[in-house]
Design a protein around this ligand. Structure first.
Ligand code: BEZ
Ligand code: FE
Length: 283
């Protein structure tokens, strides 16, 4: 039977009917929900043709800004709170385990592995000297040996190495020994803006928002038998803790960076990893 002459009232049901035969059940669920929500959005907003085309142009431009160094769609997801929503759904908070937060676009696979205690700061880098230390533990409180800690951060001027021509800087991997302890030299994290020279930056301005993130150190910690932890340590007292452009701040991740007798800053934090999940998807 040919079905035609759709109306605003009947069209959505027909689009949903046509994807009913989608063989992959998860894809069917995702597509069905996407069509329902997209149609509901259009019914609510009632865009003019010009407005709809403006939206298409915005998404097209967002795609054109993406390359191997810049991911404008991730930035859009981050600044609209979607990345954190996905993080809440997948990592959540159960007990005393360290909370997770947004990965961000500046993680680089394969950072140099340095001996414990080394500096991740190249000479000439802008920033105040700082030492970060602590321990990686399991939920049972026991130190984890052989945990691989990726750390990365922006310089004191707010730029990550991948945003400058200077090559690898302010990132490294460390491996814990039997005591689970870590320590390394870095710079005191400073607040900085997310990249805002593209379409996402325009969206922030148009919606009356600033692009700033509070100062933070990034960590990704992996250890056999444990869930991978992606998180930050935020600087207590930073002026942007309550208005992070990507909604990543959690109270439990705010730590003191205190000036020590030798003039360097120091921070301490013990990471607690969750045991590995039994199955890939919880029921
Ligand atoms: C970051 O912290 O590096 C970051 C996170 C989300 C968007 C942009 C930057
Ligand atoms: Fe960052």
């Amino acid at each position: 039977m040919t079905i035609r002459n759709f109306t605003e009232a009947t069209l959505t049901a027909e689009v949903l009917r046509r994807i009913e035969a989608t063989p992959n059940p998860r894809l069917k669920q995702v597509m069905t929900s996407m069509v329902k929500h997209l149609h509901a959005f259009v019914r609510e907003v009632r865009p003019t043709q010009d407005e709809w085309f403006e939206g298409i142009k915005f998404l097209t431009e967002t795609g054109h800004w993406c390359d191997d160094k810049r991911q404008e769609f991730i930035l859009m997801s981050d600044t609209l709170g979607v990345s954190m929503l996905v993080d809440f759904i997948n990592y959540g908070k159960e007990g005393q385990e360290t909370e997770s937060t947004v990965l961000g676009p500046f993680f680089v696979e394969g950072a140099p592995e340095l001996p414990m205690g080394a500096s991740i700061v190249k000479p000439g880098t802008v920033g105040e000297p700082c030492v970060a230390s602590g321990c990686v533990k399991g939920a049972d409180g026991k130190p984890i040996a052989g945990a691989v800690i990726d750390v990365w951060q922006a310089a004191g001027d707010g730029f990550y190495d991948v945003q400058t021509p200077d090559g690898p800087n302010l990132r490294a991997r460390f491996r814990t020994g039997a005591d689970g302890k870590y320590h390394f030299k870095c710079v005191r994290p400073a607040s900085y803006p997310v990249p805002h020279d593209g379409p996402v930056g325009r969206m922030l301005v148009a919606t009356g928002r600033h692009p700033m993130r509070p100062g933070h150190l990034h960590f990704m910690i992996e250890a056999p038998g444990h869930e991978k932890l992606v998180t930050h340590l935020f600087v207590r007292g930073d002026e942007y803790l309550d208005s992070d452009a990507v909604f990543g701040v959690k109270d439990s991740l705010i730590v003191d960076f205190e000036k020590t007798a030798d003039g360097a800053y120091a921070t301490r934090y013990d990471f607690v990893l969750k045991p590995a999940r039994q199955s890939a998807r919880a029921a």
